[in-house]
Structures are given as structure tokens and as C-alpha cells.
Design a protein around this ligand. Structure first.
Ligand code: ADP
Length: 311
């Protein structure tokens, strides 16, 4: 397969344990950018999109098993750093009798936070081989301020030579401690070519109501703004074009919305990075997300993937 587009996604993937406290727990792994990498790879590989995941893990057996699973998905892992003595982050999902989920995180010392602690990193070293970079608000949140500066500096170099930068606004308030999230988000929005926005997240981040959050999203300087609104139509604004409203697919029953936005991003990007129209891309994102919400967990079995035809 001829490679037409090389993209690296930067972020953190954690060990997931789902089930009853001190009872039976099923182990898996997950993280917003990794979920997007999986869906982008599944949908875009045939069209020549080569997906790399950039993060840091430990040298432990869990880290090794994660890398093996990603490779099994066709994700290129040579941008994954390994640091002895550090471990991946971990979270538990407890499901009570009514199906309500509670998340607990152990990620303060996770290996991924240290991606930019060395003199250089694979992402910085191999910038010239890439066409696009994807990161999210969670990628930003887990990096220390010095790591974020390294990220913005590589983004500046990358864009100066025509590389495309895509930012997903995923906002988790509790990851941000004393920092000033709007300051960092403003910088991310100002330094990307495409942004995927979950409207609720931007409303929470900037303390806006839904209408103001929508106006804020539309005012962003980047070329392509995609606004996800749950079951409401997806909105797309590309500079110089009429804004689009693309309906989502109706589903008989929503089982679990974990990973819906991440899978949307995979479907949208798979289409856009192959040069398809924003409308087809939004339909492709809505299609995969409509399947994902009907399954438990963020990553659905490969057999459950819908078939995509891009022209
Ligand atoms: P996030 O997961 O980032 O919070 P949303 O909740 O906006 O994002 O959902 C992402 C996408 O998942 C939506 O754009 C839509 O395509 C799909 N989706 C979410 N909820 C539903 C639903 N009830 N029915 C059909 N599709 C949905």
C-alpha cells in the first residue's frame, strides 16, 4: 500500500480496569488520542494513511503488551519512548447497579508526562517525515508546562514548512491543577489548522453557556472548525465556505458514549486526509460514532466496524 499521508498522534494511553471495587475487574487500555489513532488506522489505512502514536511508556510488561496491541492494530509505534522505572497511568471504571459509571485515575507520575523531558524526542526528530500531527486538550494537560512549550515550538516549525496540525479540545478540568487552561487552549486554537470541538467541553473550559460557546468556536482563527454536539447535527466551518450542518445517525439505543468523540475524529480525519469533502468527512465521523455509542467501551471489536467507501 502506497503511503499518501503520515500522521502522528501525541498523547497518553492508560491501563483501564473496569468492574466492581475489590471484585472482578476486566483489564484493558484506553486514552482519547489512542482511541482516535485506532479508528483512523482502521478506516484510513486502505486509503494510504499511516498512523503513528507518540507517547512514553515504561519498560514493564504492561507497557510491552500495549505496544504489541497497538502494532496489531497496524499502528506504527517507533515514536513511542520507553523509560525504565516509570509506569503507564491507570484508571478504574466502577459500574454501579444502575449502570452509572465512576472514573478514578492514577496518572500523576505516568510515563507519558515525560515525553519531552529528554534532549530530543522521536516526534521532534522526525518532523520532516510527517504530513500531520494530532493532539488534544488531554495531551496538553498531562504535559508539564516545559513539555507544552516544546510541543508548541515543534508545531511552529512543522507548520512553517506546510505540516497540518489538528487539535481536539477534550477538556478534563481535574487534570489541570493550578494551571490556566484557557491560556493553553487559546494557544492551541491559534496554532492549528483544524480543530474538533465538543461544545460542552468548550462551555466548561471558558465558563460559557452553549450559545456563547458556539459563537466562540465559530470565531476561532483556524481554517477548519468541526463542532460535535452529541445527538444534534455536527457543524463544520471552513474559512471561505458556507457553514455546514450534518445530521448524526439515529440509533435505537445508546449503550455507552465513551470514545464517541474520539471515533468521530478518526472517521472525519480518515476522509479529510484523503482529500474528501467536509460533508462526507462529517458523515463518516458520525457513522463510526453512531456504532461506537451502541457498544460498551471506547474501542469496538474490529468485526463491528462499518464499511467505508471513500472516493
Ligand atoms: P464527545 O464524545 O467528544 O463528548 P459528543 O458527545 O458530541 O462528543 O459525541 C460525538 C459524536 O458521537 C457526535 O458528533 C455523534 O456523531 C455521535 N453521537 C453522540 N451521541 C449520539 C446519539 N445519541 N446518537 C447518535 N450519535 C451520537
Amino acid at each position: 500500500m502506497e503511503v499518501k499521508c503520515r500522521i502522528a498522534l501525541l498523547g497518553e494511553c492508560m491501563i483501564e480496569m473496569r468492574g466492581q471495587m475489590f471484585g472482578t475487574m476486566h483489564q484493558h487500555f484506553g486514552g482519547d488520542t489512542l482511541n482516535t489513532a485506532v479508528y483512523l488506522g482502521r478506516i484510513g489505512a486502505e486509503g494510504g494513511i499511516k498512523v503513528s502514536y507518540a507517547t512514553q511508556l515504561g519498560t514493564d510488561a504492561y507497557s510491552q503488551a500495549m505496544i504489541a496491541a497497538w502494532q496489531d492494530e497496524g499502528i506504527d509505534t517507533h515514536m513511542v519512548l520507553r523509560e525504565e522505572g516509570r509506569m503507564p497511568g491507570l484508571y478504574t471504571i466502577q459500574v454501579d447497579e444502575s449502570g452509572e459509571r465512576t472514573f478514578y485515575y492514577w496518572r500523576d507520575a505516568s510515563a507519558a508526562r515525560g515525553y519531552f523531558e529528554g534532549a530530543s524526542s522521536p516526534l521532534e526528530d522526525e518532523l520532516d517525515k510527517l504530513d500531520a500531527i494530532y493532539f488534544s486538550g488531554i495531551s496538553l494537560a498531562v504535559l508539564p508546562p516545559a513539555g507544552r512549550e516544546r510541543l508548541f515550538s515543534l508545531i511552529e516549525r512543522f507548520r512553517a514548512r506546510g505540516g497540518k496540525v489538528i487539535f481536539d479540545n477534550n477538556f478534563r478540568a481535574r487534570l489541570w491543577r493550578d494551571d490556566d487552561p484557557p491560556f493553553w487552549y487559546d494557544r492551541a486554537f491559534a496554532n492549528c489548522d483544524m480543530t474538533l470541538i465538543t461544545l460542552d467541553d468548550n462551555a466548561a473550559l471558558y465558563g460559557l453557556d452553549e450559545g456563547s460557546a458556539l459563537a466562540h468556536a465559530y470565531s476561532l482563527a483556524c481554517e477548519e472548525v468541526v463542532i460535535k454536539r452529541g445527538a444534534e447535527p455536527t457543524l463544520v466551518r471552513i474559512r471561505g465556505m458556507e457553514p455546514l450542518s450534518v445530521p448524526v445517525f439515529k440509533v435505537p439505543k445508546v449503550v455507552d458514549t465513551t470514545g464517541a468523540g474520539d471515533s468521530f475524529a478518526g472517521g472525519y480525519l480518515a476522509a479529510r486526509l484523503q482529500g474528501n469533502s467536509p460533508e462526507l468527512a462529517a458523515r463518516s465521523g458520525n457513522k463510526i460514532a453512531s456504532i461506537v455509542v451502541q457498544h460498551p467501551g471506547a474501542i469496538i471489536p474490529r468485526e463491528a466496524m462499518p464499511v467505508f467507501f471513500f472516493v
